[in-house]
Design a protein around this ligand. Structure first.
Ligand code: PLP
Length: 331
């Protein structure tokens, strides 16, 4: 598999560019000193350039492309009021003149904060279903879509936090970008640390990296689930990518990444003492903010592995953003 044939396969699919690429990749000089470790880098996908930035810009490029190719005019997704996906979808819809409906499993807050405040600045329709489960939320989203269809709209549902084969393709593309960027800038990055929520970001990178011949070691720090469950998610998304690109992965997962579940604490949105410390220490050391849900756990894990001598060569933190949620309460 060559770089070009992977690019060709990606180029055959509907795609819209939502970010400004390549995002910067640079050293963290103060942490290099603090940790006495040569070669600590950061890939700034917090600066993808759409709305408050973050990984969801890349994930939505193939999803919006698919929706437009199918002639849809209304995008629907679900999340908590501080969902990064909801805000990024609202921004993407603004860019492509699509109607955006956001379904929240919260009560309507008395005062909007964080991402919800941003959503209110955009032209979105926010529906609050109160404290319902993820499953009930999906049913509600389906009902909303059916109602819109009955009104003559052509709705498109973005399922599962955009963690799907199409969403992950954004990170297959990002693997190509990072490999090219490291070669061009002669940055000797060896290990990339990525957050693992539902595993879409991680899977895209793992797949792209494997097809490029494993230029990087990929370490996935789970922010939500135990290892077996996250690996199962990754396997599912690999199969979806294979279906979209018609290129088999043909590697064992264990040969292509390491999934670490020592740092997720109580699960999604449940900070650990180390992740809370990272929320303060990282901006105070490098002037870059980390969110409470994903990045702070990723950095807590990455830093701990560096300190314990569990890393090899130059290491790189993939910053997936989440800036907007810092201005809101965690729920
Ligand atoms: C959604 C999100 C992730 C996790 O992505 P998955 O594909 O679900 O693993 C990581 N970081 C941020 C900031 C996110 O918004």
């Amino acid at each position: 598999m060559t770089r070009q044939s992977l690019l060709d396969a990606l180029q055959r699919l509907p795609y819209v560019e939502l970010g400004a690429y390549p995002t910067p990749l640079h050293r963290l000089p103060n942490y290099e000193k603090k940790l006495n470790y040569k070669g600590v880098f950061i890939k700034r996908d917090d600066l993808t350039g759409l709305g408050p930035g973050g990984n969801k810009a890349r994930s939505l490029e193939y999803i919006i492309g698919d929706a437009l190719a199918k002639g849809c005019d209304t995008l629907i997704t679900a999340g908590t009021v501080q969902s990064n996906l909801c805000t990024l979808l609202a921004c993407a819809c603004a860019r492509y003149n699509l109607h955006c409906v956001l379904v929240h499993n919260n009560d309507a807050p008395v005062q909007s904060t964080g991402n919800l405040l941003l959503n209110n600045l955009l032209n979105t329709e926010s529906i609050f279903f109160g404290n319902i489960t993820k499953y009930e939320r999906n049913d509600s989203m389906q009902a909303v879509a059916e109602k819109l269809a009955a009104q003559g709209r052509k709705p498109y549902i973005v399922h599962n936090g955009a963690t799907s084969g199409l969403g992950a393709l954004g990170y297959v593309r990002a693997a190509l970008e990072i490999e090219h960027q490291c070669r061009q800038l002669q940055l000797p990055v060896y290990t990339i640390f990525v957050p693992g929520g539902n595993g879409g970001v991680a899977t895209g990178l793992i797949y792209g990296n494997a097809l490029l011949g494993h230029p990087f070691r990929i370490v996935v720090i789970s922010t939500e689930y135990e290892k077996a469950r996250l690996e199962q998610h990754i396997q599912t998304v690999i199969a979806q990518i294979e279906e979209a690109l018609h290129i088999p992965f043909s590697h064992g997962l264990a040969d292509s990444c390491e999934v670490i579940d020592d740092y997720y604490g109580g699960g999604w949105g449940q900070p650990t003492p180390q992740s809370e410390e990272a929320v303060l220490d990282f901006p105070r050391t490098e002037g870059i903010f980390l969110d409470r849900i994903y990045m702070s756990k990723l950095w807590a894990g990455m830093q701990d592995m560096i300190k314990r001598g569990k890393t090899k060569g130059c290491v790189c933190l993939l910053h997936t953003g989440g800036f907007g949620s810092l201005f809101g309460k965690l729920d």
